[in-house]
Write a protein that binds this ligand. Structure first.
Ligand code: DGJ
Length: 341
């Protein structure tokens, strides 16, 4: 027995020596990613390199021709800008890199990407900001960047105030039928209003179809079900979470009616300690709406977490978001014809 133990001790020592020769150490090995098969809202979420995903305030698109999901968001680590991750199952994400660096832009937040299938072009809209007249977040513009590949590089084309209105947090809605895209943006009077603006058919500019909406202003996310538009927003409290509210309308441009909070059993009254950034309709499943929220923990940090939860629209037409410690896509009903992925 003693001889056997001695043998194990020797081979363990030998393993350690080999590991140190090749510059490896045990803690590094322990960070090797294990494939995920569920979402764990608010938890650590590692990418293919075993590093917490750094992709905040963004959106997800599905590119059918590539059978791939792309997740874009703020890269809060260095270099600052927008990052892109790819996935085929929404649980496991490969870091594609920083697809646009913010460079001289003081504040670069909430990137949203739309894919122009006919031009095979990826268009990113983002919150472009910085100090103006001594006021932080005073520039209040939208920025637009373009790439021919989902993984960038995106090149910034322009930045401006849409139709002269201040613009800060942005959300995006892409109508699956008409392929028209809209930006909901926290607007004038330091976000006391929210506006909705339609993008041009090539998604490269804003149109003058731009309306004021009576709603709380930040983190807008939009979905449509049975002809009703649901607009989910947060209030304006910096990096501190607050109670979310949803609004309904029969047209994307409104008028919208306040329906209260969709967060059911939200004891902290703070949207399950998160702020909305997008609602992604998951292809291949019936009415599968994914709430994408950020858990900022008081600031925009690389390690800020994500609160991804299923959104339910009840038979009465109410939006509900329930907490799950862990969940997966089997909660949704597959559609008859699922995309082949
Ligand atoms: C709340 C916004 O939703 C964030 O995107 C960010 O702009 C912070 N405010 C800054 O305080």
């Amino acid at each position: 027995m003693r001889i056997k133990n001695l043998h194990y001790l020797r081979s363990f020592r030998l393993t350690l020596i080999i590991l140190s020769i090749f510059g490896l150490s045990l803690p590094v090995l322990s960070q090797q990613p294990v494939p995920y098969n569920s979402f764990k809202p608010g938890g650590e979420w590692l990418d293919n390199n075993g590093v917490h995903i750094d992709c905040h305030g963004g959106n997800i698109i599905y590119v059918d021709s590539l059978k791939t999901f792309f997740w874009y968001g703020e890269h809060r680590g260095e270099p600052r800008g927008a990052s892109c991750y790819s996935s085929t199952d929404l649980y496991n994400w490969k870091k594609e890199g920083v697809v646009v660096e913010k460079g001289d832009i003081r504040i670069f937040e909430r990137p949203k990407v739309v894919y122009d299938e006919s031009a095979r072009r990826y268009v990113m809209w983002f919150h472009y900001d910085g100090e103006l007249d001594g006021r932080n977040y005073g520039i209040a513009e939208v920025g637009v960047a373009v790439s021919n590949k989902p993984t960038g590089p995106f090149v910034v084309q322009n930045h401006y105030r849409p139709n002269g209105h201040e613009s800060r947090d942005i959300g995006m809605y892409i109508d699956p039928g008409t392929k028209k895209a809209y930006i909901g943006y926290a607007a004038d009077h330091v976000n006391r209003t929210i506006r909705m603006v339609e993008l041009s058919a090539d998604y490269l500019s804003t149109t003058t179809n731009d309306v004021d909406i009576e709603a709380h202003c930040e983190g807008p996310g939009i979905l449509k079900k049975n002809g009703t538009f649901y607009l989910l927003t947060s209030q304006c409290s910096g990096w501190t979470p607050n109670p979310g509210t949803y609004y309904t309308a029969s047209a994307i441009m409104g008028p919208y009616t306040s329906q209260g909070s969709p967060f059911i059993g939200d004891v902290g009254n703070n949207s399950f300690n998160s702020q909305p950034c997008y609602i992604f309709k998951i292809p291949g499943y019936k009415d599968a709406y994914l709430y994408m929220g950020d858990r900022w923990n008081g600031g925009g940090h690389p390690e800020s977490q994500y609160v991804f939860l299923p959104i339910t629209i009840t038979a009465e037409g109410k939006m509900e978001i329930h907490w799950h410690n862990e969940w997966d896509l089997s909660l949704f009903t597959p559609e008859a014809r699922r995309p082949n992925r």
